[in-house]
Design a protein around this ligand. Structure first.
Ligand code: MRU
Length: 355
């Protein structure tokens, strides 16, 4: 993997490695702009406003952020570096609660830090650099494997429906849920995609249809409330969605509206899969009821996408960013270690124990 390859990812390091560079996903599809961030507060804000989003991309961003912040701390001792980075890590984790990849990546960086008490500050920073790159390189590898397993569930000519964005923008390459479509394209296999626009933040319209269209993949954009009719018409052979946290029993959180798609798929007898790396599986979270769901600003519903507000300012809004899909609605979980079928509590444990 060359530096150029990494620089083509939505999250990467600047040339001098003293800043995190993000493709600003809030501006897509109309503008391609990058943010160059050096401070914990800037990175926190970028995660919060979804300039960087998608569970794996947030994790990669957090890894690089910890490396950049370690260099910029200019700590004179190991103890000082530890204190600064533990504080920064905690702060970054508090930016978004649902995607486990954020705390997972910060945890990995802190574990390297905590295990290096016998090293000089420069040596610790070198180890953090290695770990941050490893998080991204592993993600590329995992996404490729997920795409392979996902594609094995489809036959040429199939169409799958997806919700939100779990493509290269949300990871580093291929993506998870729509990775099989990119791989199919590489291999000249005809796979089509229906993309829910994904209210309220429109990641399906702004990001999924953008990435697929640009790659020359056959994509059709629909409003979220059109999923039922395209299923009923017999146009959908599978549903592939991403995940932000998979609990030990197979319940999983993903972008709001995912559970509705799963319920529809069950009604129409369409297989429903979530695709994600093992970094999204949280064995410390017993069930979906234990997943903290992020609540977001009501203005995302009322006014963010319109020339004029679409509701009275005093109207109450409920704006959860994610919902939990019950494991009973899931046909299987597609991971980098293979396709996991029920019983999920037993089989997830098995793949998490593998190397
Ligand atoms: O709020 P977002 O845009 O970060 O939500 C993203 C999703 O729900 C994705 O499906 C999930 O993070 C998986 S991305 C590979």
């Amino acid at each position: 993997m060359t530096k150029e390859d990494l620089h083509s990812c939505s999250v990467h390091l600047s040339d001098d490695e003293r800043a995190v560079v993000l493709l600003d996903q809030t501006k897509l599809p109309n503008k391609t702009e990058y943010l160059t961030l050096t401070k914990a507060e800037e990175i926190y804000d970028a995660i919060k406003v979804l300039a960087v989003r998608g569970a794996p991309a947030i994790g990669i961003c957090a890894g690089y952020a910890m490396y950049v912040l370690a260099q910029r701390a200019e700590a004179s001792s190991y103890g000082e570096l530890c204190e600064r980075l533990h504080k920064d890590g905690e702060y970054l984790i508090s930016s978004r609660p649902t995607a486990v990849n954020l705390s997972w990546a910060v945890g990995r960086m802190l574990a390297v830090l905590d295990g290096a008490s016998d090293k000089s500050v420069d040596e610790v920073i070198a180890l953090l650099r290695e770990e941050a790159y490893a998080i991204q390189l592993e993600d590329i590898e995992m996404c490729r494997k997920i795409a392979e397993y996902g594609l094995s569930l489809l036959k040429p000519g199939d169409t799958f429906l997806t919700h939100c964005n779990a493509g290269p923008l949300a990871t580093s390459k291929y993506g998870t849920a729509i990775g099989p479509a990119f791989l199919a394209k590489e291999r000249g296999i005809d796979i089509k995609v229906f993309s829910d626009e994904t209210r309220p933040l429109l990641q399906g319209a702004r990001l999924t249809s953008y990435e697929l269209q640009k790659a020359g993949i056959d994509v059709t954009l629909i409003c979220d409330n059109m999923a039922s009719i395209v299923m009923k018409n017999g146009w959908i052979q599978a549903c592939f969605v991403g995940c932000d946290r998979i609990a030990a029993n197979g319940d999983f959180a993903n972008k709001i509206g995912t559970s509705g798609v799963a319920i529809l798929a069950k009604h129409y007898g369409i297989p429903f899969y979530t695709l994600g790396p093992r970094s999204t599986i949280d064995m410390n979270c017993p069930t979906g009821a234990d997943i903290k769901i992020e609540q977001r600003n009501p203005n995302e519903i009322k006014e963010m996408w319109y020339k004029e507000p679409m509701a009275l300012p005093e109207v109450k809004c409920y704006n959860p960013a994610f919902d939990v899909t019950d494991h009973e609605l899931l046909t299987a979980i597609v991971t980098d270690k293979g396709i996991v079928y029920p019983p999920f509590d037993v089989n997830l444990k098995k793949i998490m124990e593998e190397d």
